[in-house]
Design a protein around this ligand. Structure first.
Ligand code: ADP
Length: 469
């Protein structure tokens, strides 16, 4: 079986969020003696491009309406990854030093068209085309409707929704950019008067998944306008929980950590990582440390942290450390709070992969007060590293974190996105930290929970098989 993942992100090449981690890990777990999983992604002008060399394996031109653009397919000269990866280079559109911008319609449409144009030339069509998020959402439509791709029409295709907030909508005035199709079926592209790539994919893909079962159920109620569509299409929809790359996210070998550790050396290992964080950010090593890692956007609930910091750090019982970037007003506020709460709060505003690993390895608790959380990877990394997650019970967080009050519970859960509830959850964390024996036992307990991709990869295999039954 040959599975082709098509995605805008893939770790370690280009990462904005969890999509990259999934596409960078799942193919490894799907590749075995009978199955080959490969990735097709855009060729960006980013750090990975600058530090690796590539060779061209295919050249052609694509059409966006009546405009033509040269494109090439490149592969890595040496193969440092565990699976094949193909880069679509459309120099005029895709080759930028960023992944996303506010004007992406033509960029990702060109990516999708180039991908299918190239696929037409393959000796053997893939067995499964697996699309990720709206950037690849027109592929199921084009496979079904565009005359040029008729020979690929019978290839089963899957859409995984990593985040339904972003749908890639554009005006019908640009519909002529999509390769020629039977215009009687233009309604498949439409949602609320716009061409909506995510909606088109939900309608046309053979199967639709979300990255956790709870998120699928939540989307049927609230999906930024697509809830009715998901209810209509529910017979082909399911949720498959993300896993994590067990080798990359391994505290025993993780090169990003200050000190590696196992379940047997957790105390000294985590202490060394916490010490580094406390020294670097001027925080008290002897107090429980509450961390946050993530995009500073409304979905993540990070807008509540200024109030949480102000209220909760009236007590001198704990420290808080934030790593994130995003909304400019939030960034400024988090910078500003540094002087007000010097010694008990600090922040790194920006994206720093290594620092994120050290926070997983050194903070005592990680806060995730998300309004929306399709799966959430941070809490899974926390578990693997022995950091206790404090989460709002929503989406994937609900599926993966059990509150302390329940049998075998190990996390702290709150119901609402509310500063007072977050503060109360922090207080519960402080109380747990002070019952040292229980705190240490839970840290060890969570390190043993298996969220590797093995289980979820098998669920995808079963889903692929169901498309041919
Ligand atoms: P989302 O995809 O919605 O951003 P996920 O929880 O699925 O959220 O994945 C977030 C990923 O991005 C995790 O690997 C997390 O460690 C990482 N991350 C987010 N913000 C930062 C940051 N500022 N620096 C380093 N890593 C970050």
């Amino acid at each position: 079986m040959n599975i082709i993942h098509i995605s805008a992100e893939c770790f370690p090449i280009a990462k904005v969020g969890g999509l990259a981690d999934v596409v960078g890990a799942l193919p490894k777990y799907q590749s075995n003696s009978t199955t080959k999983a490969q990735v097709i992604m855009p060729f960006y002008d980013n750090a990975f491009r600058k530090t690796n060399s590539f060779k061209s394996i295919y050249k052609s031109e694509l059409y966006l309406g009546d405009r033509s653009f040269n494109f090439e397919v490149r592969i890595l000269d040496k193969a440092p990854l565990d699976f094949d990866i193909f880069f679509i280079d459309v120099p005029e559109l895709l080759f930028k030093d960023y992944v996303y911008s506010s004007e992406d319609t033509e960029r990702f449409l060109a990516f999708q068209i180039a991908t299918l144009d190239w696929m037409l030339t393959w000796e053997n069509a893939p067995c499964i085309i697996h699309c990720h998020d709206h950037h690849t959402g027109l592929i199921p439509f084009m496979l079904q409707e565009s005359h040029a791709y008729a020979s690929l029409k019978n290839v089963p295709n899957i859409l995984t929704i990593h985040n339904a907030q972003y749908q890639g909508g554009f005006s019908h005035e640009l519909v002529h950019l999509i390769p020629d199709f039977n215009f009687d079926h233009v309604g498949l592209l439409d949602w609320n008067g716009m061409v909506n790539p995510l909606a088109a994919a939900i309608k046309c893909a053979w199967k639709v998944t979300t990255v956790s079962p709870s998120y699928m159920e939540e989307l049927k109620i609230k999906a930024n306008g697509l809830e009715g569509l998901l209810r209509e299409e529910s017979s082909k929809c399911s949720g498959i929980l993300n896993g994590i790359d067990w080798n990359v996210w391994n505290p025993e070998t993780d090169p990003a950590l200050i000190k590696n550790y196992t379940i047997n050396t957790i105390d000294s290992g985590r202490a060394a990582n916490k010490k580094y964080l406390c020294d670097r950010f001027n925080l008290d090593f002897n107090k429980p440390l509450f961390g946050f890692i993530g995009r500073l956007v409304y979905e993540k609930g990070s807008d509540l942290f200024p109030e949480v910091i102000r209220e909760s750090l009236k007590q001198t019982t704990h420290s808080m450390l934030l790593l994130g970037s995003g909304n400019a007003a939030q960034e400024a506020e988090f910078e500003h709070l540094k002087t007000e709460f010097e010694g008990s709060y600090n922040a790194f505003i920006g994206y720093d992969e290594q620092l994120s690993h050290i926070v997983y390895g050194g903070a005592d608790f990680l806060l995730m007060p998300s309004r929306v959380e399709p799966c959430g990877l941070n809490q899974l990394y926390c578990l693997r590293y022995g950091t206790i997650p404090i989460v709002r019970s929503i989406g994937g967080l609900k599926d993966t974190v059990t509150d302390l009050s329940e049998t075998n519970g190990f996390g702290i859960c709150h119901e609402n996105v509310d500063a007072l509830e977050i503060k109360t959850a922090i207080d519960r964390g402080i109380a747990l930290y002070n019952t040292t024996e229980k705190f240490n036992a839970i840290r060890k307990q969570i390190m043993e929970i298996d969220h590797s991709w093995n289980v979820s990869a098998e669920k995808y295999t079963n889903l692929y098989k169901s498309t041919t039954n």
